[in-house]
Design a protein around this ligand. Structure first.
Ligand SMILES: Nc1ncnc2c1ncn2[C@@H]1O[C@H](COP(=O)(O)OP(=O)(O)OP(=O)(O)O)[C@@H](O)[C@H]1O
Ligand SMILES: [Mg+2]
Length: 470
C-alpha cells in the first residue's frame, strides 16, 4: 500500500499549509493561480476567492512563477520586491509523472513581526551592496568636464574648443602633449561630453602595466588560461568599457606585439579572451595619449604605422605651459582653490612678485609642476599670501638671466625645432628674449623690468640698445 498525504484529512493539510512559515502559491502551466494561501493573500491585500483562477502576474508583483512553470527551471532564494519590501522567493517546477504541470512558489516571512526581524538583518546588507555598486559605477565614470580645464590664451582656447567639438564624434582621438599638460583631463572631458557619457570611462596606463600582463588586462582570460589565472576567468578592460571609452594613456609605451593585437580590435571590433576561441563583439571608443614623439617612433620602427594612422584620426596637441604664459596665473589661482579645500584653509593669495616669477619659469613639468610648487608653498605658508620666499629654491634663487637661458635651451631641446647656435649667440638670444619678457611682464615699464631682472636701470637701457629693443 502506498503511504502518502492522502492518509491525512484534507482539513489537516489546509491547516499545515497555513501554519508553515512561508506564503505559498501554485500555478499551472499557463501561469494561472490554482492555489494561494490565506497568509499570502493577506500580505498582498487580496483574497483567496479573488486571486484563485487569475493570471499570477495580475496578483503578485514582480512574479516569475509563470516563467518557472514554462521553463521547468527552479529559482531559489531570489529577491523579489513586493509592496516595497524585499522578499525572499523560492520557485520550483511541479513535475508529476515526469511531466511539467506548473510551479510552486513560496515567499518568506509569515508575520509582519518576522518580516521586520529579517528586514532588520537584510536591509543593511542590501544598503551595503547598493553602496558598493554605486561606488564601483562612479569609479568608472569620468571625473572631469571641460569646465575644469582652465586657460584662456588663444592657443589653448582653440585646442579646447576643437576638443569640445569633436567629443561627440565616434572617431578615435590621439592626445599629444608634454608631461603634465592635461592629457588625462582632456580625455575625461571628451568622454563626459560625448554620447557615451552614461557608459564607463576606463583608463589604462600602458606604461605602468608590465608587458606580460597588459594583454590579460585588456582582453581578459578564461579560467585556467595560464598558471595563476583566477577561477572563473576575468573580464578584460576593453569589455568593461563596452559602449563607453577606453583611455590608453602612454600609448607610446605599448609593446609592438600588443600594438598589433590592439589594431586588430580596432579593425574587427571584437575581442577574444586569452584561452578562448569565442569572439566577443565590443563597441568602444579609443582615446590614446602620449608625451612621446609617435611620428619619430614610427620612423624608427618602434611604433606600428598602421596603428598610428588609425589612432591619429583626430589629433589634439595640447600646448605646453611655457607657450601660454598668460594662463599661468589663472591656472595657479584655480589650483589654489583646490588646495585650499585639501588643506582646509581659506583666502590664500598670490603676491605680485610671486606671480611674476611663476610667469618667468619654463615649467618643463607643466601644470603638474605648478601644482607641486603651490602645494609646497602652502606647506611653508603661515599667513595667507604666497610670496617669492615661499617658492622652491630653483624658482626663487636662480639668477633670472641664467634661468631664462635655461628656459630657452629647454624649449629648444623639447621642441627639437631649431638648431643650436654657438653658445655666445644662444646666450645673447636668451638675454634678448628675457628682457623682452620682463618688459612685457611689467607692462612696458622699464624701471620695473630692471627690478624684475635684478639689474640696474642703466644696464637695462644699455642692453636694450644692444639688442635693438625699443
Ligand atoms: N588646463 C588645466 N586646468 C586646470 N588643471 C589642469 C589643467 N591641465 C592639467 N591640470 C591638472 O594638472 C595635473 C596634470 O594633468 P594630467 O594628469 O591630465 O596631465 P598629463 O598630460 O596626463 O601628464 P602625464 O603625461 O605626465 O601623464 C592634473 O592634476 C590636472 O588636474
Ligand atoms: Mg597622464
Amino acid at each position: 500500500m502506498k503511504l502518502g498525504i492522502d492518509h491525512i484529512p484534507y482539513e489537516w493539510i489546509e491547516q499545515i499549509i497555513s501554519l508553515s512559515a512561508e506564503r505559498i502559491v501554485v500555478v499551472d502551466r499557463d501561469g494561472v493561480i490554482r492555489y494561494i494561501s490565506d497568509s499570502y493573500c493577506d500580505f498582498l491585500g487580496t483574497t483567496v476567492e479573488y486571486a484563485t483562477g487569475r493570471y499570477v502576474g495580475e496578483i503578485i508583483e514582480n512574479t516569475r512563477m509563470h516563467i518557472v512553470a514554462r521553463t521547468g527551471q527552479a529559482e531559489l532564494a531570489s529577491v523579489q520586491p513586493i509592496n516595497g519590501s524585499e522578499m525572499i522567493a523560492n520557485r520550483y517546477p511541479l513535475i508529476v509523472d515526469g511531466e511539467l504541470v506548473g510551479a510552486f512558489g513560496t515567499v518568506m516571512f509569515r508575520t509582519p513581526d518576522e518580516w521586520r526581524d529579517y528586514n532588520r538583518k537584510i536591509q543593511p546588507l542590501i544598503q551595503e551592496l547598493k553602496f558598493y555598486k554605486t561606488k564601483f559605477e562612479n569609479e568608472l565614470k569620468s571625473k572631469y568636464s571641460f569646465d575644469d580645464i582652465i586657460g584662456n590664451s588663444p592657443s589653448f582656447m582653440a585646442v579646447k574648443q576643437f576638443a569640445e567639438r569633436i567629443s561627440v564624434s565616434q572617431s578615435g582621438v590621439l592626445l599629444l602633449g608634454e608631461s603634465g599638460t592635461g592629457k588625462e583631463l582632456f580625455a575625461h572631458a571628451i568622454h563626459n561630453n560625448s554620447t557615451r557619457a552614461a557608459f564607463p570611462f576606463v583608463p589604462i596606463n600602458c606604461a605602468s602595466i608590465p608587458d606580460h600582463l597588459l594583454e590579460s588586462e585588456l582582453f581578459g582570460y578564461e579560467e585556467g588560461a595560464f598558471t595563476g589565472a583566477k577561477r572563473g576567468g576575468k573580464k578584460g578592460q576593453l569589455q568593461v568599457a563596452n559602449y563607453g571609452t577606453i583611455f590608453l594613456d602612454e600609448i607610446g609605451d605599448m609593446p609592438l606585439a600588443m600594438q598589433s593585437k590592439l589594431l586588430r580590435v580596432l579593425q574587427e571590433k571584437e575581442i577574444q579572451r586569452i584561452g578562448s576561441q569565442k569572439t566577443i563583439p565590443i563597441d568602444v571608443r579609443v582615446i590614446a595619449a602620449t608625451h612621446r614623439d609617435l611620428e619619430k617612433m614610427v620612423l624608427v620602427g618602434e611604433f606600428r604605422s598602421d596603428l598610428y594612422y588609425r589612432l591619429n584620426v583626430i589629433k589634439i596637441e595640447i600646448p605646453s605651459l611655457r607657450r601660454r604664459t598668460e594662463d599661468i596665473v589663472p591656472i595657479a589661482l584655480n589650483l589654489l582653490k583646490k588646495l585650499e579645500k585639501k588643506f582646509n584653509r581659506q583666502g590664500i593669495e598670490l603676491s605680485k612678485k610671486a606671480s611674476e616669477r611663476l610667469k618667468l619659469h619654463s615649467w618643463p613639468g607643466n601644470i603638474r609642476e605648478l601644482e607641486n610648487v603651490l602645494e609646497r608653498a602652502l606647506n611653508v605658508l603661515d599667513g595667507k599670501m604666497i610670496d617669492l620666499f615661499h617658492l622652491p629654491l630653483y624658482l626663487r634663487d636662480i639668477e633670472p638671466v641664467m634661468q631664462e637661458t635655461r628656459i630657452h635651451i629647454d624649449s629648444i631641446c623639447q621642441e627639437k625645432r631649431e638648431e643650436l647656435k654657438s653658445l655666445k649667440e644662444e646666450i645673447a638670444l636668451a638675454e634678448k628674449n628675457t628682457i623682452l619678457r620682463a618688459i612685457n611682464a611689467s607692462g612696458g615699464n622699464k624701471v620695473e623690468a630692471a627690478r624684475l631682472l635684478q639689474i640696474s636701470k642703466t644696464t637695462l637701457y644699455d642692453k636694450c640698445k644692444l639688442h635693438n629693443i625699443k
